[in-house]
Design a protein around this ligand. Structure first.
Ligand code: TXA
Ligand code: MG
Length: 362
């Protein structure tokens, strides 16, 4: 064993490749073996890779926080593979939650419910609620089933970094700190699940994500966005209902500025900012979309895909942010996208990654 940092012992992280079309039973069992014995296993979901531990094992959950260097006041999401398992971790499932589970599970929707007492305090950061979701991914579902327990899984990145959408990203952050990674290829959605609090009336979105607000509205009629979702400046801690929203998040090493507004004005403003920073000797990157990629000259120009397909923008967002770091960029100037569909989740991540350095182009 090797020493890592101050006190931590390094472990060997096992990489297990699994075909999502036909998950290899032996490898799923190997992963589940670690979870059952209190270990930590990263696995793909449809949104991002999660880092799993047995929810009912307080020591394992504590190790999860340590491996990620995650603040203890920010509870992870509990993942289940069965509707029946929800009642193991939640005190009650209100009718509205049941309807949403039927409509959106398995899928990128996390529900905040009243917690059951069997969930250790550390797994919910001492709150009286618990976040639960059923992921839409064969590998995730097989791992949870084989583990035989609810699986607490935050995104499998070091706290503050962009979430991992490939096994490679998990290893960049957590190699030597966790027991295994199940590599099921790149994730399909690319941004995390939508977090919806159904303990309040009307239900409230605490984090926008892979299930668009518009889809929730269609089903629920009345549903609200927590002000933190669309915030353009840091939200005061007292107003934050979802603990994760008060911590630094999604940030690449480079500084990031988001330019928002009507597209032609955005292009103009991005070019002005690029020219300004190039003159100051910075290594500059531009994060843009397919429609505008030809309009920029900087050290690195990356397109997230067509702004007509916000699904592809969401899918490539976190990987692009990580790539800028490996290219040694000092400053990233990013184009905003409309706050519609998955655009709401993309803009929430970009604004937070920038530390709310938002420029309005006119
Ligand atoms: O797509 C996802 O949700 C991914 C994959 C792995 O499932 N997971 C994920 O987990 O993004 P994490 O832990 O990185 O984010 C969980 C979010 C945080 O913003 C946290 O504050 C919030 O859910 N949350 C957890 N429990 C909560 C609770 N009881 N009340 C309010 N917010 C809660
Ligand atoms: Mg996260």
């Amino acid at each position: 064993m090797l020493r890592c940092g101050s006190q931590r012992l390094m472990k060997k992280t096992v990489l297990l490749r699994v075909d999502p079309e036909a998950p290899n039973v032996e490898r799923i069992r190997a992963g589940a073996g670690f979870i059952r014995s209190g270990g930590l296993v990263a696995f793909p979901t449809e949104t991002v890779y999660g880092l799993g531990a047995d929810t009912l094992n307080a020591k394992a959950v504590l190790a999860l926080f340590e491996a990620k260097r995650r603040p203890l006041d920010n509870p992870p999401i509990v993942h289940v593979c069965d509707f029946g398992d929800v009642i193991r971790v939640a005190k009650e499932v209100p009718a509205v939650a049941e309807g949403l589970m039927r409509r959106f599970w398995p899928g990128p929707l996390t529900l905040i419910l009243k917690r059951s007492r069997v969930v250790p305090d550390v797994a919910v950061a001492g709150l009286d609620t618990v976040a639960v979701r059923m992921p839409r991914h064969s590998v995730a579902l097989a791992l949870i089933r084989e583990s035989g327990c609810p699986v607490s899984a935050p995104s499998a990145n070091l706290a503050g970094k962009p979430s991992p959408t490939m096994a490679r990203h998990v290893l960049e952050d957590l190699d030597g700190r966790i027991d295994a990674v199940l590599d099921g290829g790149p994730t399909a959605v690319g941004v995390e699940s939508t977090v919806l609090d159904v303990t309040v009336e009307p239900p409230q979105v605490l984090r926008p994500g892979g299930t668009p607000f518009e889809s929730l509205k269609e089903v629920l009629g009345r549903v609200e966005l927590n002000p933190a979702v669309t915030a353009e400046r840091p939200v005061s801690v007292e107003k934050v209902r979802s603990p994760g929203l008060k911590h630094k998040h999604y940030a690449p090493d480079a500084n990031l500025v988001v330019v928002e507004g009507e597209l032609s004005a955005v292009v103009r403003r991005v070019n002005e900012l690029v020219a300004y920073y190039l003159k100051r000797g910075s290594r500059v990157g531009v994060l843009c979309t397919a429609e505008t990629a030809g309009s920029y000259r900087a050290h690195v120009v990356k397109s997230l895909g067509s702004r007509g397909e916000l699904g592809s923008v969401a899918r490539s967002l976190f990987a692009c942010l990580r790539e800028f770091d490996s290219e040694g960029v000092d400053l990233i100037v990013a184009e905003g996208v409309p706050l519609e569909g998955l655009g709401l989740a993309v803009m929430n991540r970009l604004r937070r990654a920038s530390g709310y350095k938002i420029v309005k182009a006119t």
